[in-house]
Write a protein that binds this ligand. Structure first.
Ligand SMILES: *Cc1c(COP(=O)(O)O)cnc(C)c1O
Length: 387
């Protein structure tokens, strides 16, 4: 299976070393946390390095993180933000009132909320489609479409879209393709290599991996577009603090090791659940029963620790999440510890019931973020909770 192959392209070496070098005055092997708001300038309007005038604009700890994550995604430049949503918003703010965006309908709930309740009000138009079907994306394109936004795999239904095919459709109309790669992580999927223009991560999830910060990053292929987004960030201000940037950089150093374990444990849990009499359906791209398993194998090198299952009714979903002991009831995902949630009542409560039903988010749907505890213990926990 693709999920336990090691990367031959030096991914783990980049994760540990890319973007960082020992601090020159002491040799400290870890990049310092530059906890400062401003910088002393040797002369008027002559900041050191040409950029260090104010920390909203430039911070060396943040820059180390950005170089590291740009290397992991194979992009030209990285830009770190105070949250995943702030990163998405910065890309949208390169657009203007009157511009049109085509978006996958089953995105992270907060993304849909930003698009429909904030940005639509400011004059950006959106069309929501099921991007599993590239034809649906093509049909929604208009002459004023500037951006296509997709998420693959999606939360919580684990739907995929064909990044290369959708990239071709977007580019044929002169639009950019943005891919939310939060669920896959760069260890399992590299959208820029498949033709995307911008990758966004909520670094809150797998990249930081320790459930102790909120953060976001964009990695872009074109330096000129990086400049446009950097201008928006400087002008609107959603930067991460240096301590959070440093924690995220520390987390990224073990991304490859964590993802190997998440991938292996996710697959083992998905297989266990698929054979369980009290589980109606399992949603996991690594299972041959997943309707898009072929695309998953083509586009991803591993299938993560995110597994959803339908246990039939809200009552049964409630019983499961109230009885797990290792899987803790919480929103969020991608940390070393295992979490469980009921999307219909938690992460997707703000999505209208009709759209939830269309996306397949039933009341009996339970979402697992399989952590890196011993997999035997995790399966035993699910076994007793389902019983
Ligand atoms: C969490 C999440 C976001 C939003 O990120 P924040 O860091 O919470 O702002 C966006 N997309 C996906 C897929 C997510 O899981």
């Amino acid at each position: 299976m693709a999920d336990d192959t090691l990367h031959s392209d030096g991914f783990g070496t980049l994760a540990i070393h890319a973007g960082q070098s020992p601090e020159p005055s002491t040799g400290a092997i870890m990049p310092p946390i530059f906890q400062t708001s401003t910088y002393v300038q040797p002369a008027i309007a002559e900041p050191l390095g040409g950029i260090y005038d104010y920390a909203r604009v430039a911070n060396p700890t943040r820059e180390a993180l950005e170089r590291n994550l740009a290397a992991l995604e194979g992009g030209a430049e990285g830009l770190a933000f105070s949250s995943g949503l702030a990163a998405i918003e910065a890309v949208l703010k390169t657009l203007s009132a009157g511009d049109h965006v085509v978006s996958e309908e089953n995105t992270y709930g907060g993304t849909t909320r930003m698009f429909t309740r904030v940005l639509e009000r400011l004059g950006i138009a959106f069309t929501f489609v099921d991007s599993r079907d590239p034809e649906a994306v093509a049909a929604a394109m208009r002459p004023d479409t500037r951006l296509v936004h997709v998420e693959t795999p999606t939360n919580p239904m684990m739907r995929l879209c064909d990044i290369a095919a959708i990239g071709d459709i977007a580019h044929a109309q002169g639009a950019r393709l943005m891919v939310d790669n939060t669920f896959a992580s760069p260890y399992n999927q590299r959208p820029l290599a498949l033709g995307a223009d911008v990758v966004i991560h909520s670094t809150t999830k797998y990249i930081n991996g320790h459930s102790d910060i909120i953060g976001g990053v964009l990695v872009v292929a074109d330096p000129a577009f990086a400049d446009e987004v950097r201008f928006v960030r400087k002008s609107t201000g959603a930067v991460p603090g240096p301590m959070d940037a440093w924690l995220c950089l520390r987390g990224a150093k073990t991304l490859h090791v964590r993802m190997r374990q998440h991938n292996a444990a996710g697959l083992a849990v998905a297989r266990f659940l698929e054979d369980h009499a009290k589980v109606d359906r399992v949603f996991y791209p690594g299972l041959p029963s997943h309707p898009q398993h072929d695309l998953a194998v083509r586009q991803m090198t591993g299938f993560t620790g995110m597994v959803s299952m339908d246990v039939g009714t809200l009552e049964r979903a409630r019983a499961v999440v109230e009885h797990t002991r290792l899987f803790q009831l919480a929103e969020s995902l991608g940390g070393v510890e295992s979490l469980v949630s009921v999307p219909a009542l938690m992460t997707h409560a703000s999505v209208p019931a009709e759209l939830r039903a269309r996306m397949g988010v039933t009341d009996g749907l339970v979402r697992l973020s399989v952590g890196i505890e011993e997999v035997e213990d995790l399966i035993a926990d699910l076994e007793q909770a389902l019983g």
